[in-house]
Ligand binder design. Structure first.
Ligand SMILES: [Zn+2]
Length: 57
């Protein structure tokens, strides 16, 4: 069996990909954040208005 280099990308931290239910910073609506840095729901993100709010991440 030829082994391919599949272990090139190891999951560095489980916490970074932790899915959590959290309220959106913009509309306070609960949504499933895909990672710890996601604090705005996709709907609000679509507006791109949050980007000018000063959130670095
Ligand atoms: Zn929102």
């Amino acid at each position: 069996m030829a082994s391919r280099r599949n272990d090139n990308k190891k999951p560095q931290s489980d916490r970074q990909n932790e899915q959590k239910d959290r309220p959106c910073l913009m509309c306070n609506k609960k949504f499933v954040s895909e990672h710890y840095g996601q604090r705005v729901c996709p709907t609000c993100k679509g507006t791109a208005a949050w980007r000018s709010g000063g959130e670095a991440a």
